[in-house]
Design a protein around this ligand. Structure first.
Ligand SMILES: C[S@@+](CC[C@H](N)C(=O)[O-])C[C@H]1O[C@@H](n2cnc3c(N)ncnc32)[C@H](O)[C@@H]1O
Length: 324
């Protein structure tokens, strides 16, 4: 049950919200900050990449919103419609407080598990989707991504962000015995080439990215020898598969894979209205492919420096002056 949003700092201090464990740090009243779970300077890469999507006037979906930091910023940037979601409404009271303090309104849907999100949200479609910090929480990242892909309009933009590790193969590391991190909802870290391939399989062209290495930010590598990090990718929905030269497998998938044909509702995806959303020029250091109008994530992650400590407006904290 959501509690009424506090109207004054005194009401906030007197309410259970002031004792609640906040995910993001949020300034609710001038100088009054609900303290979040992250170091103040930990970069929030999806926030920075979302700035490269011209969301004003566009229809936006955020998956796994917690208190609604990103939906608030999307609303402040003039998005025509913002739908926040989470598996369960566990942040309802905190989200109500954020909406009131920031003078924004957006929708919220409790959607449960994500494998059939497209069926739950049908017939809606979106110009922009943020799908960040969630893929490592699901048993089957590809299946969840396949469902979400159904909701993106042709030409639409999606930010996908997850934990990665530096390896030139197509691998995933499992959190057996909590070896990657003790958090009990974390399952998979993806190698960067696998992440790239999964996106292109689903006709999502990577066009921009940022990353950081856990170690570079003082986050000790959880597994000795595993160069792990976090990567955020801005992708665009394209009409066809995005192969590299000679990759017959991607074409075969389209013709023969029941999973590929069924777990994304391609008929819906292709019939949504075409999106006019634009993307800004990519961040420095991305490496373009020769064979596609896209970037190469593995080349980019090696060429682009690991993102260092962030200033407040690029971090997991929301301040009343913030507009993006
Ligand atoms: C690490 S937080 C990411 C929050 C935000 N998207 C961001 O990037 O800052 C993970 C989000 O996914 C949701 N979540 C965790 N496990 C999930 C699951 N199995 N299915 C659906 N959502 C899940 C959490 O409730 C939370 O909103």
């Amino acid at each position: 049950m959501s509690q009424p949003a506090p109207a004054t700092p005194e009401e906030f201090y007197a309410s259970p919200l002031s004792q609640a464990p906040w995910y993001y740090s949020v300034e609710l009243f001038p100088g009054v900050v609900a303290r979040g779970s992250f170091p103040d300077d930990l970069p929030m890469l999806p926030r920075k990449l979302t700035r490269h999507a011209e969301v004003a006037g566009q229809s936006c979906l955020d998956i796994g919103s917690m208190e609604g930091l990103l939906p608030t910023l999307l609303a402040r940037r003039g998005a025509a419609r913002v739908v926040a979601t989470d598996a369960v409404p566990h942040c309802a009271s905190r989200m109500a407080a954020v909406k009131q303090s920031y003078g924004v309104d957006f929708e919220f849907a409790a959607v449960g598990l994500l494998y059939d999100l497209h069926a739950k949200l049908r017939p809606q479609s979106f110009d922009f989707i943020n799908f960040s910090g969630v893929l490592y929480h699901v048993y089957s990242p590809l299946m969840a991504l396949a469902s979400v892909r159904s909701l993106l309009r042709p030409g639409g933009l999606m930010v996908v962000s997850t934990n990665i590790f530096h390896d030139d193969g197509y691998r995933a590391e499992f959190n057996a015995g909590g070896r990657l991190q003790p958090e009990a909802n974390t399952f998979w870290y993806l190698s960067v080439p696998l992440f790239d391939y999964m996106l292109r399989m689903l006709r999502l062209a990577p066009i921009d990215c940022l990353h950081f290495e856990h170690e570079g930010l003082g986050l000790t590598p959880p597994v000795p020898g595993l160069r792990s990090g976090y990567m955020s990718v801005l992708c665009q929905a394209r009409e066809d598969l995005l192969p590299t030269g000679g990759d017959w497998y991607l074409q075969a998938l389209k013709e023969h894979s029941w999973e590929w044909a069924t777990l994304t509702d391609w008929a819906a995806a292709d019939q949504h209205p075409r999106s006019a959303i634009q993307a800004a020029a990519p961040y420095d250091g991305v490496v373009r492919r020769d064979d596609l109008d896209a970037i190469d994530l593995w080349a980019s992650v090696q060429n682009q420096p690991s993102h260092g400590p962030a200033v407040a407006r690029d971090a997991h904290q929301l301040h009343l002056v913030d507009t993006d």
